[in-house]
Design a protein around this ligand. Structure first.
Ligand SMILES: *[C@@H]1O[C@H](CO)[C@@H](O)[C@H](O)[C@H]1NC(C)=O
Ligand SMILES: *[C@@H]1O[C@H](CO)[C@@H](O)[C@H](O)[C@H]1NC(C)=O
Ligand SMILES: *[C@@H]1O[C@H](CO)[C@@H](O)[C@H](O)[C@H]1NC(C)=O
Ligand SMILES: *[C@@H]1O[C@H](CO)[C@@H](O)[C@H](O)[C@H]1NC(C)=O
Ligand SMILES: *[C@@H]1O[C@H](CO)[C@@H](O)[C@H](O)[C@H]1NC(C)=O
Ligand SMILES: *[C@@H]1O[C@H](CO)[C@@H](O)[C@H](O)[C@H]1NC(C)=O
Ligand SMILES: *[C@@H]1O[C@H](CO)[C@@H](O)[C@H](O)[C@H]1NC(C)=O
Ligand SMILES: *[C@@H]1O[C@H](CO)[C@@H](O)[C@H](O)[C@H]1NC(C)=O
Ligand SMILES: *[C@@H]1O[C@H](CO)[C@@H](O)[C@H](O)[C@H]1NC(C)=O
Ligand SMILES: *[C@@H]1O[C@H](CO)[C@@H](O)[C@H](O)[C@H]1NC(C)=O
Ligand SMILES: *[C@@H]1O[C@H](CO)[C@@H](O)[C@H](O)[C@H]1NC(C)=O
Ligand SMILES: *[C@@H]1O[C@H](CO)[C@@H](O)[C@H](O)[C@H]1NC(C)=O
Length: 842
């Protein structure tokens, strides 16, 4: 069957763009809520909607009838079907008169889900999570051949999971967590060949874990924790042969599982998290688990596991958290444990470990929780543990330790960390060491209490924001009236879904191309294609396209949105302008190259989506603080941005650009303060790099022209129209001037652009006049730094390209001007280098 639907993002012009940051006070981040994808039907234009089919209309009526809608959220479901598919009925999306999605989360809906839902033959997604629905999970889901996503978590559903769910051949996500479901998990759940995420946690499910789930090669997330499951965990993971199994997250904690830890888990090479805690698992920890080189979390605590700590655990190089507490493990901890260089949590409490505490633990420099209490450790506490500066929680109580506690440790931790060791002394007044040789002078406590930062909006901000929102709503109303709908044929599909943040540290640069190909045949419709790069979030194309989105800005490349996925995670989505991008093949090759680029100061491309009619979406990390332009020019008068912050931003931008020029051979071509985004810590991330490679030449010329009007373009560009590293350095210079002066390059000053203006004042030896007033408060301390940075920036904006330095030299000079900032930045390489190492190196 041929389906037609509409895919578009509202293309609303919006003042918060790269153009014109005129005054500091005026700029307000206002919000427009739109849907990234708006489905509509064939001849939608004006008010002519396609009328919902009779069967679907009746099904929706029955569905409403069995709900209890105390808040009246379904008031709009009132007419005889005219509104259902033309946007009038809240929470309904249609294609050609058939309902494809019901999305009514957080609506206070009670009652039950009607079995008539089975009549909605085109239904793909049902999202009713966070309501108060009771009754059963409908058996009729089994009549829905297109069903992909079932999100019913956080309700009061009871009864058992209908085995008919196995009749949905393309089911991807089944989230029934946090209900009151009982009975067994039907083995048929694994019938779908696209199963991606199954979350049945926080119910009262009983029986054993069906082994069919262990054979699903597409399953990526399996969460069955907090149930009443029993029996042993099947040992058939990873199936037979060398098919690639996708499982990354396996959480089975808080059940009544018994038996041993299945050795076959070691075949799941992508596993990042295993949680089996609080069960009745016995036997030993299989050596083979040491093969899981991507494993970050291993929690086997509160079971009845015995034997020793396998040496192979030290091979789990990605491990961040290891919890073996409350088991029956004995023998010594292997001394090679310090190979777990990324470990931050080590919990071995309440076992029967013996021998000495390995001093090598102090080689794990980032460790912050170490609990060895309730064992049979002997000997002294190694002095070197005192050197672990990040250690915030430490417990060696109830062992058989002796000697004196290193004095730094006694300063950081109170006596409850040390009690219960008869021969241990020096950790409290009542346990003095009899032969204390030399009192160490009191060293300063390494703990520096951190003041939480509060970002409060002043009343002025609030008024401005409210005014902005009002203005924008008015604009939006106008736009809706004007907005004409573009007809599109589309059908989204996708495969992957959310994952927890821990996936971030995954390391692997797995690039999963999820082509709709095979599904097109099975579903009989045209599909799009979602390609993921390495990153923290995994989501399906459906999740992306149905996300609630908010316009952040428009640029010559397209419109940027902040999209909130079903699971609450946020991403930035850029919808590229139609007809400005290269052909599909070339586009994909370039996007794949950009998707591999990872640097702490470059905004990472996480995925792209190609719609069936050539629509192109790029998915990036969402940067909560917005752009440098708004940070500098749209703040309240009482918000001061100090020099170290500005310098840190300048350095970040320079580092990012240096990486682009020298590691990736990419010229940015459109570096502006609107393209510099800031994260929570005010670290800069350059956006839009490489985008020119996705665009046609005509589109790029247009970009250059626009940037020219913003004051970032090198003068020679108006003639050559060709960007290069020297034109980038010019733009960098303008950005540094912008940071120094607090002035926007878009505002001409006495007919001069920003570089000319600064140069003219410097020439007249009134140099101090150029700096942002608030910087002058600290001038005595930082005067030289300001002057040297100014000189450097002026060097960058030299009218002659040959006279400008290369970005590497700029970086060097900045580091000389402010060596502390350079050292600090080197010590904390930022999340990106930390999280995606394998993609930075290749
Ligand atoms: C149906 O509800 C919508 C929105 O609440 C309202 O605008 C419309 O007038 C109602 N129509 C009828 C026939 O009651
Ligand atoms: C389960 O849902 C209730 C509300 O329905 C909520 O208060 C609770 O936090 C949820 N539990 C989990 C683990 O999400
Ligand atoms: C599973 O559901 C529970 C309860 O709703 C939630 O807390 C948890 O984060 C979910 N886990 C995954 C991996 O989706
Ligand atoms: C689903 O799987 C079960 C076995 O797990 C099988 O008996 C049944 O026929 C399958 N149903 C479909 C529709 O594939
Ligand atoms: C858990 O299952 C056992 C039988 O295996 C049953 O006796 C018990 O009542 C169940 N508990 C809950 C909370 O469902
Ligand atoms: C750890 O891995 C290395 C190679 O990766 C292997 O040679 C060694 O045997 C492993 N150690 C253990 C204890 O499994
Ligand atoms: C350990 O963490 C560091 C930085 O956090 C990262 O660069 C490295 O790749 C990680 N190692 C592994 C094996 O995951
Ligand atoms: C690890 O720790 C041991 C004992 O504290 C020490 O001798 C060794 O030099 C350390 N190795 C590294 C690589 O730091
Ligand atoms: C200690 O913690 C801080 C903040 O979490 C982190 O930046 C730093 O890298 C950590 N130190 C080590 C040695 O891992
Ligand atoms: C502790 O270790 C000692 C010898 O080191 C041994 O004699 C004793 O039985 C152990 N105690 C426990 C409770 O394992
Ligand atoms: C504690 O260790 C000492 C040797 O250091 C040993 O003689 C003693 O038996 C141990 N006590 C216990 C209770 O394990
Ligand atoms: C250390 O562990 C013991 C026993 O597990 C516990 O009672 C004590 O509160 C813990 N102390 C700290 C500081 O965690």
């Amino acid at each position: 069957m041929f389906m037609e639907n509409m895919l578009f993002l509202h293309g609303i012009s919006y003042p918060f763009t790269s153009f014109g940051f005129s005054t500091k006070k005026f700029f307000i981040y206002a919000l427009i809520f739109v849907q990234l994808l708006v489905f509509s039907s064939q001849h939608v234009s004006g008010q002519d909607g396609v009328i919902v089919t009779q069967a679907d209309y009746q099904a929706l009526r029955a569905f409403k009838h069995e709900l209890i809608d105390l808040r009246g959220v379904l008031r709009s479901w009132n007419d005889s079907g005219y509104g259902a598919c033309s946007g009038g009925w809240i929470g309904i999306k249609c294609v050609k008169g058939q309902v494809i999605a019901i999305q009514l989360p957080w609506k206070g809906l009670g009652g039950r889900i009607s079995e008539k839902i089975g009549q909605l033959q085109a239904l793909r997604k049902i999202s009713l999570h966070d309501n108060v629905l009771a009754g059963n999970v409908p058996m009729a889901f089994g009549f829905l051949p297109n069903l992909r996503g079932v999100y019913l978590f956080n309700n009061r559903l009871s009864g058992s999971i209908p085995p008919t769910i196995g009749n949905c051949p393309v089911l991807q996500t089944l989230d029934l967590s946090n209900n009151s479901l009982t009975g067994p998990i039907p083995p048929s759940i694994a019938n779908s060949t696209r199963l991606f995420r199954v979350n049945l946690s926080f119910n009262s499910l009983s029986g054993s874990i069906p082994s069919s789930l262990t054979r699903s090669s597409s399953l990526t997330i399996l969460a069955l924790q907090q149930n009443n499951l029993s029996g042993s965990i099947p040992n058939s993971w990873g199936g037979i042969g060398n098919r690639a199994y996708q499982l990354q997250f396996l959480t089975l904690d808080h059940n009544k599982l018994s038996g041993t830890i299945p050795v076959s888990l070691s075949k799941l090479g992508l596993l990042q998290q295993i949680s089996l805690s609080n069960n009745q698992i016995s036997g030993i920890i299989p050596n083979e688990l040491g093969r899981l080189t991507r494993l970050q979390v291993l929690d086997l605590s509160s079971n009845a596991i015995n034997g020793s700590f396998p040496a192979s655990i030290s091979n789990l190089s990605s491990l961040v958290s290891l919890n073996l507490g409350s088991n029956r493990l004995d023998n010594q901890i292997p001394k090679t444990i310090d190979r777990l260089q990324n470990l931050s949590v080590l919990n071995l409490k309440n076992n029967q470990f013996s021998g000495q505490i390995p001093a090598t633990i102090s080689n794990i420099s980032g460790i912050n929780q170490l609990d060895l209490s309730g064992n049979n450790f002997t000997g002294e506490i190694p002095d070197s543990l005192a050197s672990l500066s990040n250690l915030t929680s430490f417990n060696v109580s109830y062992n058989n330790l002796s000697g004196s506690v290193p004095s730094l440790l006694t300063k950081k931790f109170n006596k409850s960390s040390f009690v219960g060791n008869l021969q241990l002394c020096g950790y409290s007044i009542s346990t003095p060491c009899s032969t204390s040789p030399t009192e160490n002078p009191p060293a300063p406590s390494p703990e520096i209490p951190k003041e939480p930062h509060h970002h409060k909006l002043s009343t002025k901000d609030i008024i401005l924001i409210a005014a902005g929102i009002l203005l924008v709503i008015l604009l939006l109303l106008c736009c809706i009236l004007l907005c004409c709908f573009i007809k599109k044929k589309a059908a989204m599909k996708g495969k992957t879904d959310k994952s927890s943040k821990q996936a971030a540290a995954a390391g692997g640069s797995a690039e999963k191309a999820i082509s709709a190909g095979s599904e097109i045949e099975s579903a009989g419709e045209a599909g799009g294609k979602l390609v993921h790069f390495d990153g923290p979030f995994v989501f399906t194309a459906d999740d992306l396209l149905c996300a609630t989105a908010e316009i952040m800005g428009k640029s010559t490349y397209g419109t940027a949105y902040k999209a909130t996925l079903e699971d609450g995670n946020q991403v930035a989505v850029k919808r590229l302008r139609e007809k400005t991008t290269k052909g599909q093949k070339e586009f994909e090759a370039e996007a794949a190259a950009i998707g591999k680029i990872r640097h702490a100061n470059l905004l990472a491309l996480r995925a792209y989506y190609l719609g069936p009619k050539g629509e192109k979406l790029l998915v990036f990390d969402y940067m909560p603080k917005g752009s440098l332009a708004s940070f500098l020019h749209a703040r309240g008068p009482e918000t001061v941005i100090d020099w170290p912050t500005r310098m840190n931003i300048a350095m970040g931008v320079t580092r990012g650009l240096n990486y682009l020029h020298n590691q990736e051979n990419i010229v940015h071509g459109n570096l502006t303060s609107s393209n510099i985004l800031l994260d929570e810590q005010n670290n800069s991330h350059i956006a839009d790099f490489g985008l020119s490679r996705l665009m046609t030449n005509a589109a790029n010329t247009n970009v250059i022209a626009t940037a020219g009007s913003l004051g970032y373009n090198a003068p020679e560009l108006s003639k050559t129209k060709k960007t290069n590293t020297k034109t980038d350095v010019y733009s960098l210079g303008v950005i540094i001037l912008e940071l120094l002066t607090g002035k926007s390059p878009g505002e001409p000053m006495n007919g001069m652009d920003l570089p000319q203006w600064v140069a003219s004042i410097v020439k007249e030896e009134w140099t101090n006049e150029v700096f942002d007033l608030e910087l002058m408060r600290d001038a005595p301390a930082i005067g030289d730094e300001l002057l040297n940075t100014l000189k450097l920036a002026l060097h960058c904006v030299d009218p002659s390209p040959a006279a400008r330095p290369e970005v590497q030299q700029v970086l060097q000079q900045l580091e000389e001007i402010k060596p502390e900032a350079a050292a600090a930045a080197a010590a904390s390489p930022g999340e990106e280098t930390a999280k995606a190492p394998s993609s930075t190196s290749e």
